[in-house]
Design a protein around this ligand. Structure first.
Ligand code: SAM
Length: 679
């Protein structure tokens, strides 16, 4: 086996390792040589610049000439099926980007690759040379006629689908040679392996259903037959048909299930959600961090849950100390002299907007006449406030235990140099020379909790606040170290922190406490039924709540087809009001849009609408817009596969939506603290 170390971006290596582990090995590709080869070849080197960041996604991607680079799994599957041995000669028909040829080059002695688009063949040659692959020849031509001068081949792979296996390709197989090719009509094919037993006899194995771009040429389809089918953007995935047939009955089922939403100010709006009021936690999502309708709907539902159903906590995807400033205001506490204004760090519009301001005003007014113990509070679940939380712990200890405060100063001193840029701490902590601050921050938390009884005697609420900040510091320290091991680990740490904060909050309020959570759909929709969970091993608060509370957790997602959204183009960039593109044809959003109900509640539970639940369960694409919105690369930046009725108990729909209105603010000199998620 060739083991040339290709020149490539080392930062992509962990992503490539994860791709091989999760998308390929876990799906049943066992041949160790294929797995090693997939680990070696830098897929990013075969993709145009703006899409490079998606190189290790579980999907095909567009390349030049309107073609695609196949999904990594399909490349591995075809190559494994071809059973290539060291020293063999291989022909690939449909070289495209050259990526599959590069993987084949790792396994075989010589690879011959043919591509019908001259532009692609030239690029593939250049890309293969750039990574140092030197046993692959690429030429332009009709590969359905094979490459007679180089025949016979031990293996032939055809990366495009034809109506039958061309005889001429069979003839170019060595005795014992294997030909792997998708065969069928233009919509779907079967992946076949033809093994040449002797001069005249061939054995065929059917390896299952696939969907490829057409093989165009003498032994494939005629160009005219195909023109009606172009452009086909996601061919190598059977489940991502561009325009999946939609039985009229499904649209009809949606229309019948859709409960129209009244005005936000109409009490009937909140009343529609009474069916979820018995739950202990009601989680309200959003399909972007900058859409006014989502905030207003959540406010209307939350008011009802607080006024009529005994909910006393609103826990949001924001940092604990920022939310604590709001909490003091809504529960008529004393403002802290040294407290910084809340939500001054990027992305400010996420919480500093007129819709949140109106809700906070309502909450304060609602609480005014209630005894302190019955007032509803406002809490933050997130962990990006390392600096503010360390300060809060020290300030607290200064008032109850000056000696402990001094110890806290020393221990947190380990992190102080990094508090403005904790991501840099994570990088440093990776090196052996630098000692991590883990022990110090964990010891601080342990000491604080150990003295709980002493401290609570002063003021239970202030102790709870300090303990929460100390937990946050300990989790944030780990979070920044884990960030360098890959996104799933740090994502999971963050969502676990949010879930545990919610649990602590509920415990602190006593038995029977009920909370409403406001966080992005990606946090509150059960991750097990999305690509996040199934491919990337990510969990989230929604999943953890279901596991912990069962049907006492209600998960409510939100969606829209088009309109405007407040978002940035890059991390730390200015807020812009951007147009949201109409939803893709193969998305849930498009389905609900086509049902023609401008704003509605869809109860997705099986017990509510059994047929609808069943028909919506098969996964489709769903759109996720965070604080960044990139319409140019929307498919890869913002869509992921999910099963809507398994992810959520209900779905709140606004066909057209508008951007939030931000409150005036000055952005602090911040750091990219929620990188790399942008959610
Ligand atoms: N294996 C490629 C890769 O790794 O990027 C992806 C192949 S793409 C799914 C299929 C390719 O087959 C397209 O680039 C298309 O232009 C090419 N193709 C279709 N018919 C062909 C033919 N008769 N001869 C050569 N190439 C053909």
């Amino acid at each position: 086996m060739r083991t040339a170390e290709f020149s490539n971006d080392p930062a992509m290596r962990p992503a490539r390792e994860r791709m091989v582990e999760r998308q390929i090995a876990r799906r049943g590709i066992r041949d160790p040589r294929v797995l090693v080869a997939m680990r070696h070849v830098p897929r990013e080197a075969f993709i145009a610049g703006e899409l490079r960041e998606f190189a290790y996604e579980d999907s095909p991607l567009p390349i030049e000439a309107g073609q695609t680079i196949s999904q990594p799994y399909i490349v591995a599957r075809m190559i494994e099926a071809a059973r290539i041995e060291p020293g063999e000669r291989v022909l690939e028909v449909g070289a495209g980007s050259g990526y599959a040829a590069a993987v084949l080059g790792q396994l075989a002695a010589e690879v011959y690759a043919i591509e019908r688009h001259p532009e692609l063949a030239a690029l593939a040659r250049w890309r293969l040379a750039a990574i140092g692959a030197n046993n692959i020849e690429v030429r332009t031509g009709d590969g359905s006629r094979g490459w007679p001068e180089a025949a016979p081949f031990d293996a032939i792979l055809v990366a495009a689908g034809g109506p039958e296996v061309p005889d001429i390709l069979r003839e170019q197989l060595e005795i014992g040679g294997r030909l792997v090719m998708p065969v069928g009509d233009m919509e779907s094919q079967r992946l076949l392996r033809i093994t040449r037993l002797d001069a005249d006899r061939f054995e065929t194995d059917d390896l299952g259903a696939v969907r490829f771009v057409p093989l165009i040429g003498e032994g494939g389809w005629h160009e005219d037959e195909v023109s009606g089918h172009a452009p086909r953007r996601a061919p190598a995935r059977t489940r991502h048909a561009e325009a999946r047939p939609r039985p009229e009955s499904l649209l009809e089922l949606i229309r019948r299930a859709a409960e129209p939403l009244p005005d936000f100010d109409d009490p009937a709006f909140g009343a529609l959600f009474d069916r979820f009021a018995d739950a202990k936690v009601v989680l309200l999502g959003e399909a972007s961090h900058g859409t006014s309708e989502f905030y207003r709907a959540r406010a209307a539902i939350t008011k009802r849950l607080i006024e009529k159903h005994g909910f006393t906590s609103v826990a949001v995807e924001a940092d604990w100390p920022d939310a604590a400033t709001i909490d003091r205001y809504v529960r008529h506490g004393e403002p802290r002299d040294d407290a910084a204004p809340a939500f001054r760090r990027f992305p400010t519009w996420m919480w500093r907007n007129t819709d949140v301001e109106a809700f906070v005003g309502w909450l304060r007014a609602h609480n005014a006449d209630l005894p302190a113990a019955h007032r509803a509070g406002f809490y933050g679940l997130d962990l990006y406030s390392l600096e503010g939380s360390m300060r809060a712990v020290i300030d607290y200890l200064d008032t109850v235990d000056r000696k402990a405060a001094q110890i806290a100063r020393e221990r947190y001193g380990c992190l102080t140099p990094w508090q403005k840029d904790p991501a840099a701490y994570g990088r440093m902590a990776l090196s052996d020379e630098y000692k991590s601050c883990e022990k110090a921050v964990v010891a601080m938390l342990r000491d604080l909790l150990g003295k709980r009884l002493d401290y609570v005697a002063h003021d239970g609420e202030r102790f709870f606040d300090a303990a929460q900040n100390a937990r946050l510091v300990a989790d944030a320290e780990r979070y920044y170290r884990f960030m360098y091991y890959g996104s799933a680990e740090s994502w999971n740490l963050r969502d676990r922190h949010m879930f545990e904060t919610l649990e602590h909050l509920l415990q602190s309020k006593g038995e029977g406490a009920k909370a409403v959570v406001w966080a992005h759909n990606s946090h509150i929709g059960d991750a097990r039924h999305t690509e996040m969970g199934s491919v990337r091993d990510e969990l989230n608060i929604g999943q953890l709540c279901r596991e912990r509370f069962g049907s006492d957790a209600a998960l409510i997602g939100f969606g829209t087809d088009r309109g405007t959204v407040a978002a940035a183009s890059d991390w730390d960039g200015p807020m812009e009001v951007k147009n949201v593109l109409p939803a893709r044809a193969d998305s849930y959003e498009r389905l609900v849009h086509d049902a023609d109900v401008p704003r509605c509640l869809l109860d997705l539970r099986e017990k509510a609408h059994i047929a609808l639940h069943a028909q919506l369960t098969e996964p489709r694409l769903e759109r996720f817009i965070g604080v960044i919105y990139r319409p140019d690369t929307e498919r890869w930046s913002h869509y992921a596969e999910a099963s809507l009725p398994q992810q959520f108990d209900a779905y709140v729909w606004f066909d057209e939506t508008t951007a939030v209105t931000p409150l005036p603010t000055r952005v602090l000199e911040g750091i990219d603290e929620t990188w790399p998620f942008g959610l």
